[in-house]
Design a protein around this ligand. Structure first.
Ligand code: NAD
Length: 361
């Protein structure tokens, strides 16, 4: 297969972790007989330095022309970097918002996996972490409270602020279809999270999700109220496969799920549109405090590349190979500085990339 990938190395540790992800992708392509073409584009601070804006129209066109986009991370030290003296629309993060909008990325996927080798990093009780967990939070990204009409005004001498939460059935249907499609590639369970005991938008959410579920008889659907879900994530995370939810609930629950894994350098993510196209990136930021020192953990980016193979190219075997390489290297005791523990071998970013690539045979 020919894979046409646009890469955004970005800022901070971004270029280092993208180099290692490409190394692992190239080895996978060589082993499985695929041909990858990369085109690198500038975004964030790197683009500001060259073009004066965080994302050019040419860069957007290159991203749109690709089958998928693989990103490192963008942004600098928000206190000391001159990028943050610029007006908000010229700062690094404006590039990210713009590309998400231009590419119509409405579905955000964040897996939260507890590797048994890293169980010590999990802040939950040992009897819970011993069971491990492997879930994926599917969050609606372009609707709901963050995009509704809002205002603040004074009425009769009292300050009042209003935000509105709106979803139409089409917005709910398209994210639900993504959630069920992805559950079909996993353990075939969807937990749809809402607040249907209070919110009209949640009641419509629940109805439309049930309609979509009719087309997926193999998938088990359950509904859960968001407050209960927040509790269950720390009480019994092993029960979850795909959590499907709206924008604000997903924002909060995906951070909670990430934190219970305990290791930020391991967390992949993807944002998808209604075709096979997606933007894949680690959940962490550009870590300017450790940039250029060859100590960053590239695994989140490598796992994002595996998600890209799985969801944009349907290359499940190849994605499995990368995910297994991560598990094998962890069980052989290799660790970057952020996940090091007693008795393990400390390696740098480059060496971790080499080890992972060598593991794909
Ligand atoms: P961060 O995630 O970059 O770093 C938080 C801490 O985790 C730091 O101590 C860092 O060294 C460590 N860390 C992060 N990734 C790591 C890795 N792969 N290996 C080892 N250690 C790692 O968050 P921050 O410091 O709040 O933000 C730094 C910059 O990143 C800011 O400009 C922020 O806006 C940006 N950011 C970008 C994205 C994105 O591009 N999607 C996301 C979040 C933050």
């Amino acid at each position: 297969m020919k894979l046409n990938i646009t890469c955004i190395p970005g800022d901070g540790i971004g270029p280092e972790i993208i180099t290692e992800a490409k190394k692992v992708l190239n080895k996978t392509a060589a082993v499985y007989g695929h041909e990858i073409t990369y085109k690198d584009i500038l975004m964030g601070g790197a683009s500001i330095d060259v073009h004066g804006v965080p994302l050019t129209d040419e860069a957007i066109a290159d991203a749109k022309a690709a089958d998928a986009v693989l990103m490192g991370s963008i942004g600098g030290n928000t206190t000391t970097s001159p990028w943050y003296q610029l007006p908000p629309e010229k700062r690094p993060e404006a590039g990210l918002l713009k590309i998400r909008k231009e590419l119509n990325l409405f579905a955000n996927l964040r897996p939260a996996v507890l590797y048994s080798e890293l169980a010590d990093a999990c802040p939950l009780k040992k009897e819970i972490s011993d069971q491990g967990f492997d879930m994926l939070i599917m969050r609606e990204l372009t609707g709901g409270l963050y995009f509704g009409d809002r205002y603040t005004r004074e009425e009769n001498g009292v300050r009042k602020a209003v935000d509105t939460l709106t979803y139409d059935e089409n917005e709910i249907r398209r994210i639900a279809i993504k959630g069920f499609d992805i559950a079909m590639k996993r353990r075939k369970k969807v937990t749809s999270v809402d607040k249907a005991n209070v919110l009209d938008s949640s009641r419509l959410w629940r109805k439309v999700v049930e309609e979509v579920a009719q087309d997926y008889p193999e998938v088990t659907l359950e509904h859960m109220l968001v407050d209960n879900c927040a509790m269950q994530l720390v009480k019994d995370p092993a029960q979850f496969d795909v959590i499907l939810t709206e924008n604000m609930f997903g924002d909060i629950l995906s951070d909670e799920a990430s934190m219970v894994t305990g290791s930020i350098g391991m967390l992949a993510s993807a944002s998808l549109n209604d075709t096979k196209f997606g933007l894949y990136e680690p959940s962490h930021g550009s870590a300017p405090d450790i940039a250029g020192q060859d100590i960053a953990n590239p695994i989140a980016t490598v796992l994002s590349a595996a998600m890209m193979l799985r969801y944009s190219f349907d290359l499940d075997k190849e994605a499995d190979a990368i995910e297994n390489a991560v598990k094998n290297i962890l069980s052989k005791g290799y660790r970057t500085a952020d996940i090091i523990s007693d008795g393990c071998t400390r390696v740098g970013c480059r060496e971790m990339g080499d080890l992972l690539a060598d593991e794909i045979k």
